[in-house]
Structure formats: structure tokens, C-alpha cells
Design a binder for this molecule. Structure first.
Ligand SMILES: *Cc1c(COP(=O)(O)O)cnc(C)c1O
Length: 350
């Protein structure tokens, strides 16, 4: 099986032909590059970049929020949001393996003096409202001041249903906490749930969305929310060194992605579902799939052999916890590539 090379749109030296580690590996296509080249730009720190302003306006309108902020990364977006919501000695309550708790180097604690309290994540990727309420601290000088609940959707590819998000948000509000949603893959969630962007965003105060994952831009995230929170986040973005100048080159990629790459996310989900069914049919091991992600725990501990097999064909599989392999579908994996992958899995497990 040496035919992957024929399928690769852009094959560069030292680059895998098919990279399934994450949807962050997507390459900007010709249309996006052309939009970037033609972008109208200005100095965004002065508020002068028309493309950034357009992206922020479009995103806040689409989400039904007051305003929005363009940020270099999802990590900085979550961090500016947490700094905007919480002061020193205040607390965010978050799922234990959510990105904010597990993969952001404890930034909110390190840089903001914010206490991060973690809760177990339910099987559907959501949090239990009763467990949240039990974690909220009484007004007592022994405790940090509970201020915020941070949710994540999708989580490990799982789109958490609207009623689940709603019950959590209501519990948080009743305890006088604000709610932030880490929606790195927000549009994968709305695609899967069949809801509008506003329906999901309405339930939370602030939302962070990555443009550089399934949406396919080279960089950038957007944080949307109430004017006062976003104004504070803007100050923190500057403080963190995230104020960019002619950032319109990147914002233009975001505008292009919102127009061309949101509806096509459904294709990634369908391909992931197709591949997952093939793996199940082959008895490849333990398989779970949600939106654009598959988690495979290969039978007979075949992890290393499986990786080596695909590696020799220029196909990279994602790492996962304890023997689980993550396979992420994205816009650089088309039907022809999927077919080759399935044939290759058949050869390996057949
Ligand atoms: C990727 C991701 C982030 C962070 O985005 P970066 O742009 O990589 O910093 C935050 N939250 C979740 C759930 C993510 O998947």
C-alpha cells in the first residue's frame, strides 16, 4: 500500500501524507490563502484592522453576544476569559479532564491567582449539576470565592446535549456563578446537535471558539460574551502579549472559514462514523466515535504494530491515554483518502 502519496494534495518532505492526530493539522487551502493575501489590514491594537473588526462583529452576531475578541490561540482565549471572570483568590469549577484543567499549564492559577477546582466528568462529557452545587463554597474566610463554572463542548468529540448544558448553567446561575464555555469545537457541537449557534451560546456567558481546528485556519480563536467581560479580556490579551498588529491576515482566514468550512464539518463526522463502523466490523478492538473523533483500543495490545504499520505508509495516528489511539477526521482527509485508510485497516486486522 504505497498509494497514499497519490492522494495527498500537498506532500512536503518530512510531512506525513495523512495526519490523523488532530484537526489542528489542517492546511489552509488555496481559497483561504487567497483571502489572506487579499485581506484589508490595519493596526488591531489601535482597533484599526477592518478584517479583525469584521470577524469580531460576525462572530458576536452569529452567537448572539454583545461583542467578541480575536485571540491568537484557544488557550489564550480561555485564559483571558478566566482572568476576566475571576479575580485572585476566586475559583473556577471545571471538569477534571477538560482542556482548561488538564492542558493549559495551570495558566489561570499561575498568572491569575485563580483556584481551579476539578470535578469528575460524566460519561456524556458533561458535568453533574448536583456535583457542581456541592463544590460551590460557602461565604467563609477559609475558602476561595466560587465565581465561575467552565464547561466544554465538544469534549473528546462528544457533543453535550442542550438540556444537559442548560441544567448545568441553571445550577451555576442559581449559585450566582457565571458560566464560560470552552467551545474549541463549538461548531462540531452545533452540527451534531442540529441546533443554531445562538441556541448553544445563549446558555452561557462567554464562549471561546477555535478557528484553527476543524475550521482549518492557521491560527486564531474568538472569545465572545458580554461587553464588560470582553473589555476586560481585551486588556488581559494585551497584558499576555496577545495584542497583534496587522492581524487581519489571520482574521481573513477566519472569515473565510466561517463562510466555507462550518457546514462541511458534517462530512468529517460522517467519515469518522464510517471508519468507526469499519473498525467495529473488523473486530479491531474497543471503538468509540463521536463527531470527528474515534478512540480505538486495539485488540491483543497491537498498538505498536498498528502504529508502525501506518507509519511506514506515511499515516500518523494520534496518541491517547493508556493504550487508546485517537483518530481525528478533518478537512484534509477526503473520501479517497478514507477509502485507502479503510483498506489499510482491513489489511492489518483482516
Ligand atoms: C485545542 C483546544 C483548546 C486550546 O486551543 P489552542 O489553540 O490549541 O491553544 C482549548 N480547549 C479545547 C477543548 C481544545 O480542544
Amino acid at each position: 500500500m504505497k498509494t497514499y502519496a497519490n492522494m495527498a494534495q500537498v506532500q512536503r518532505r518530512n510531512q506525513p501524507i495523512c495526519d490523523l492526530r488532530s484537526d489542528t493539522v489542517t492546511q489552509p487551502d488555496a481559497g483561504m490563502r487567497s483571502a489572506m493575501a487579499d485581506a484589508e489590514v490595519g493596526d488591531d491594537v489601535y482597533g484599526d484592522d477592518p478584517s479583525v473588526n469584521r470577524l469580531e462583529a460576525m462572530m458576536s452576531e452569529r452567537l448572539g453576544k454583545d461583542t467578541a475578541l480575536f485571540v491568537p490561540s484557544g488557550t489564550m482565549s480561555n485564559l483571558t476569559a478566566l482572568l476576566a471572570h475571576c479575580g485572585r483568590g476566586e475559583e473556577v469549577i471545571v471538569g477534571r479532564d477538560y482542556h482548561i484543567a488538564a492542558y493549559e499549564a495551570g495558566g489561570a492559577s499561575v498568572l491569575g491567582g485563580i483556584a481551579i477546582s476539578t470535578l469528575p466528568v460524566d460519561g456524556d462529557g458533561g458535568l453533574n449539576p448536583d456535583v457542581i452545587l456541592a463544590e460551590v463554597k460557602p461565604d467563609d474566610s477559609h475558602h476561595p470565592i466560587s465565581r465561575l463554572v467552565a464547561l466544554e463542548n465538544t469534549h473528546n468529540g462528544m457533543a453535550i446535549a442542550l438540556p444537559r448544558i442548560k441544567e448545568t448553567a441553571i445550577a451555576a446561575r442559581n449559585a450566582e456563578l457565571s458560566v464560560h464555555l470552552d467551545g474549541a469545537r463549538f461548531f462540531n457541537a452545533t452540527t451534531e446537535l442540529g441546533c443554531s449557534a445562538t441556541e448553544l451560546a445563549d446558555m452561557v456567558d462567554s464562549v471561546s471558539i477555535c478557528l484553527s481546528k476543524g475550521l482549518g485556519t492557521p491560527a486564531g480563536s474568538v472569545l465572545a460574551g458580554p461587553s464588560d467581560i470582553i473589555a476586560r479580556a481585551r486588556r488581559y490579551r494585551k497584558m499576555l502579549g496577545g495584542g497583534m498588529r496587522q492581524a487581519g491576515v489571520l482574521a481573513a482566514a477566519g472569515l473565510y472559514a466561517l463562510k466555507h468550512n462550518v457546514e462541511r464539518l458534517a462530512e468529517d463526522h460522517q467519515r469518522a462514523n464510517h471508519l468507526a463502523n469499519t473498525l467495529k466490523e473488523l473486530g479491531a478492538g474497543d471503538v468509540s466515535q463521536a463527531t470527528n473523533m474515534i478512540f480505538l483500543t486495539p485488540r491483543d495490545n497491537l498498538n505498536d504494530q498498528l502504529r508502525a504499520h501506518f507509519d511506514s505508509n506515511g499515516v500518523v495516528l494520534g496518541g491517547g491515554s493508556a493504550g487508546t489511539i485517537r483518530i481525528v477526521l478533518h478537512k484534509n482527509v477526503d473520501d479517497a483518502m478514507l477509502k485507502l485508510l479503510e483498506t489499510d485497516f482491513r489489511t492489518f486486522f483482516g
